[in-house]
Every structure is written in structure tokens, then in C-alpha cells.
Design a binder for this molecule. Sequence first.
Ligand SMILES: [Zn+2]
Length: 254
Amino acid sequence: MSLYKPEALVLRVRDFGEADKILTLLCRDEGKVQAVAKGARRPRNRLAGVSQPFIHCRLLLFRGRSLDTVSQAELIDAFGGLQRDLASMAYATYMAELTDELIRDNEPHPGVFLLLLASQHLLAAGAPPEPVMHSFELRLLDEMGYRPGLEACVHCGGPLSGSRVRFSPNAGGVLCSNCLGEDESGTVISRGAVEAMRHLLTGDLTRVHLLQLEPGMAREMTEALRYYVAYRLDRRLKSLDFLDLVRDQSASGA
Ligand SMILES: [Zn+2]
């Protein structure tokens, strides 16, 4: 039986059998892997601590035909800041589900691993979650080969003139004010929102949370990116319901 020792983030946890858990892992070098943690639902089990969402760990895994098996685990970071704060947890859950949904098993994506790790760190440290989430969405799309064109009109190649442009998943980016009638998909947004997205996509990842988004622009960006992401997925993400509930509460000042 072959053994390997990946550094991993736990994307998802499901109960399995009497006392086991199945972990969906994003391994730094091996990509997405499904592994069973035997006995992990028993409180004093030695794998219980790492068999939780968001955990950053080093594992010893036995390779199996469809499921790998966790043999040993060493905790690197439990992301306590995420576990303690419902809002941060909602954002992190969305990022994990989006990653799980876009990546196929056993395809290496070290860039996505580092992106998710850095984004979880920002959320756990209490950074404003909206720019962190949008930066994550844009960079994840980029890593998966779906980078939206934000520099010039993707239809005519010209500069983004006019105050309103279309952010079109079908065309693969932004259409200028002259071309926005060429495609009906996506949403029409301000040029300011496009500039902010450009910064979130290409700026220093450790500083994206410092970008101040005024509410109207934040709404446009959320709507545009939701549409763009949904275009790439086959189904609606379950975590969005929880995320929207938390966002509504924070918007109403609760
Ligand atoms: Zn154009």
C-alpha cells in the first residue's frame, strides 16, 4: 500500500458509517483528495481534532482505490478565529465549497491551495470579509483558467469608455459601453467596480482587505461575480443561503 504525507486544508467533512468521517482535502501538491478518518466521531479519537472544516494540517495517508485513509495527523492551524465567529465562518464555508465545486479530484492546484490558505488567514484575523471573498473568487477563477478580461473590452479590444460596462461570463470579461448590447449575459456595472475588481485580482493578496468598497459598488460586484461564478457551476452552492443570511444581518446592523 502506498503512503504519502501531504500538507492539506480540510474543505468538507461528512459522517461515514458508525464513527468515521470522510474528509474532502485540498492537498498542496496532490490536489483534491477524499480520505476516511476512522473513528473521528469519537470525542477522544486522535483524528477528531483535524477532522473539522478549515483545518490546516500535515497528514499521513494510505492511498486506496476510491478513498484514501488517514493514518496520522499533525495539526498546523485550527483557524480558531473562523470557528468562533459565525460571519467569518459563513464566508470561509462559501470559499471552501466553491473550491470543492470547481476542482476535480487528484488534479494538482498548488496556487489554489495557497490562495485558500491566505484567504482563511485573513478572515480568521478579522479582516473585512467582502473584499477578501471577491478577491478569492476572482483569483480562483484565474487559477482555474477562467480569468475574466478586465483591462479592455473583450469584444472590440478598445478601452473601457463610458460609465457603465457589461461584465459578461459568456464573453469572458468586460464589454465597453459601445459593445454591451452584443451579449445579454451577466450584469451591467460601473467602471469603478471594474477598477476595484482589477485591484482585487492583481493587487497584493495580503492587503486586499484594505480596499474600501462603497455599498453600491459592493452590491454591483457581488451580483456580477455571483453571475460569473454560477455560469461555471452546475448547481447553486448550499453555503450561499447561510452566507446571505449572515450578510443581511450585518447589513441591518444586527
Ligand atoms: Zn467594445
